[in-house]
Structures are given as C-alpha cells and as structure tokens.
Design a protein around this ligand. Structure first.
Ligand SMILES: [Fe+2]
Ligand SMILES: [Fe+2]
Length: 157
C-alpha cells in the first residue's frame, strides 16, 4: 500500500474514534475508557511508524520538508505524553474529558498540517514505487510498535 494512503487511513480510524468519544454520554465511563484505550493504541502505533520510517524517509528524500518534520515530532512529543497521562487517568476524574478534548484538538491540528501542508510535498517528490515500499515497511512495522506511548522516540526528544 502507498505510504501516504496508509497514513491517511490511520488518520480516519482515529477521527472515527474521536467522533464516538464526542457522542458518548457524560456518564458513559466504561465506553469512554474503552474508546480512549483504542485511541492510545492507534495513536501510539501511528506515531511509531511515522517516526521510525516515514519522517526520516521524507526528510532524507525531500529535504524541504525538514522544518515540517521537526514541528511534527514536537507535536508527537506532546501527544504521547498526553496519551500516557490518559492511560492512568480515571474516566470519572473531572479532568478526563478536558484532557481528551485537548488531545483531540492537538491531533486534528497535527493531521491537518500533515495532510495539507507537507504530505503533498512528499507525494510530489517521491516515486510511486518508493511510496509503496515505504507503505509496506510501515504496515509490517505496526506489529513492532510499543504498547507504551512513552516508548515512542519523540517522548524523550
Ligand atoms: Fe504525525
Ligand atoms: Fe499522521
């Protein structure tokens, strides 16, 4: 699969989970816990494959994306720490919904920048075959993704 198509599919999966969270009732604590655990899993895996494979490849092959890549890593940094906090936060805690809301704002902004500002530069500069190879590598790497958000590289950067 094409690398950018794969990443955009991941973005859609996460957006669907966000919508479900927004629709969940205030007191639907069990549902919200399950949704947030899925969000943690999906975003950790996604950040991992981007940071291990896609971002370094983009930077190397399309050097004009460097500033965007660096900014994206900083955004991942904030997101993975928020994910880690959410892992240990009780859905009944008054800060739970607020933290998820800010997480969603951050992720939506981040996805918008990736999809609108710099993925198109990568698409334009790289050959289809290269993007397909990157996609295959990322698909495989998903199984190596850590369970802990803090094990993603950007957490310690
Ligand atoms: Fe990203
Ligand atoms: Fe992404």
């Amino acid at each position: 699969m094409d690398a950018i198509v794969l990443l955009k599919e991941d973005h859609k999966v996460v957006e669907k989970l966000f919508k479900k969270f927004e629709k969940a009732g205030d007191k639907a604590y069990k549902d919200k816990r399950k949704l947030v655990d899925r969000i943690i899993f999906e975003l950790t895996t996604h950040a991992y494959i981007e940071e291990e494979i896609f971002y370094p490849a983009a930077r190397k092959r399309v050097p004009e994306t460097t500033d965007h890549v660096l900014e994206s890593v900083e955004e991942h940094h904030v997101v993975v720490w928020m994910l880690n906090e959410l892992k240990g936060l009780d859905p009944k805690d008054e800060r739970f919904d607020a933290k998820v809301t800010v997480l969603m704002e951050n992720v939506r902004h981040h996805v918008e920048e990736e999809e609108k500002e710099w993925f198109p530069q990568v698409r334009a500069a790289m050959k289809r075959k290269e993007l397909q190879e990157l996609g295959e590598r990322m698909e495989k790497a998903k199984t190596d993704a850590p369970a802990s958000p803090l094990a993603v590289k950007s957490a310690k950067q």
